[in-house]
Ligand binder design. Sequence first.
Ligand code: 5AD
Ligand code: SF4
Length: 441
Amino acid sequence: MKKVYLETFGCQMNVSDSERVATQLAADGYEITFSETAADIILLNTCSVREKAEHKLYTRVGQIRNLPRGKPMVGILGCVAQLEGETLFKKIEGVDFVLGTKAVGRVSEAITTVSADKEKFLDLGEREANYDWSVAAAQRHSPCVAFVPIIEGCNKFCTYCIVPFSRGREKSLPASEIIEQIQRLQRQGFREVHLIGQNVNSYRPQNDFGMEKFRGATAFSRLLRAVSATGIERIKFTTSFPRDFHTDIVQAIDENENLCNWVHLPVQSGSDKILKAMRRGHTAENYLRRVEVIKNSPRGISLTTDIIVGFPGETEKDFQATIDLVNYCQYDGAYIFKYSQRPGTPATEITDDVSSEEKTRRFIELEKQQKSNQLKVSAGLHGKILKVLVESRSSRDDEELTGHSTCHKVVNFKGSENLLGEIVQIQVTESKINSLYGKVL
Ligand code: 5AD
Ligand code: SF4
């Protein structure tokens, strides 16, 4: 039996694609191994959202090729594969096949073709009409939390972003298939699902089969209500696009306890001038109007975001507008990135006048401010009781378990192994910047 080692970089969509690649390979008689030295075939599912992520691929292939072992077959999948295509064969020595973001369903074909013909294999084509979106329970990244794609691709073309080029146009999956998948996950014992997509709230399926009985102002809020009605215990969704964030989503959360109290709403910048140059389709003010509705929910919805510092043309004044917005929003978490030029995106045409040192300075200043805000937000949870899904043993302490709250906070606590996979009530006794500590009630 041939052994396959599969390593995944980047977003949840890549993790989800890898789960389906592993499902297919296992069904076709391959063994999935966690040892790169034991593998006959090495697959790297790649990310190109920032230059750093892309460089990781080149470093990793080098490391793998230098291992004291025979020459494995190497396949590059995902976003870098889609964007670079054939050039990867020249750029990286030893690559045998390249499969784009929608060609991952043909991974077995790639392996057999390369094995038989000893030739390179390239496929940047579309998904098969009957592409199988299901994942074997054993190939999920977690035994109790499952990712369920509801929309792939992106039509927004924010000027800095490579995703519309690497993942193509938005395509929503039928609601009936999503609901069926979630019912199957329930039967398999999964307690939490994450509905995933680059912009989940741009969900627009071709028909409303599966959500006929559910009302709502947008297809996404109707889908949320339909998923809620399956009775699965916890539903989270990410990422939401501010311009399309209809407040009916908050209403759906207010009305249905299994829709978790967490919204990830990337703002990117607090300056209207920069937001316009980014072509985000929202201003700081209309973003804040949505934040207001989220904050006013009686559910205590936690709010997280993504921010880019040092976008071309960002002045100190623009950057301070971001600091002001971050202070106003009091985010529960923020992923902060230094602007990274991606070849082929519209922003490459704007002169990047923010030096690398200045980007770093702004990154550090914003991070410091966010950390200090986050500490206060966390301290506000002191003494509170949170429902935590126990996901695994803590990697730092053998006697500790770890999981996430409904508001998507990492919570650590002492407890025995038989709690794994359970939802427990935890009283928060200690708060840190990125995690909470508590005791089981
Ligand atoms: N440079 C820096 N950050 C970027 N992101 C996307 N493209 C870039 C880029 N070119 C960030 C955005 C997005 C997150 C997933 O990655 O903040 O929300
Ligand atoms: Fe990229 Fe903008 Fe689409 Fe998000 S919405 S994936 S940032 S283009």
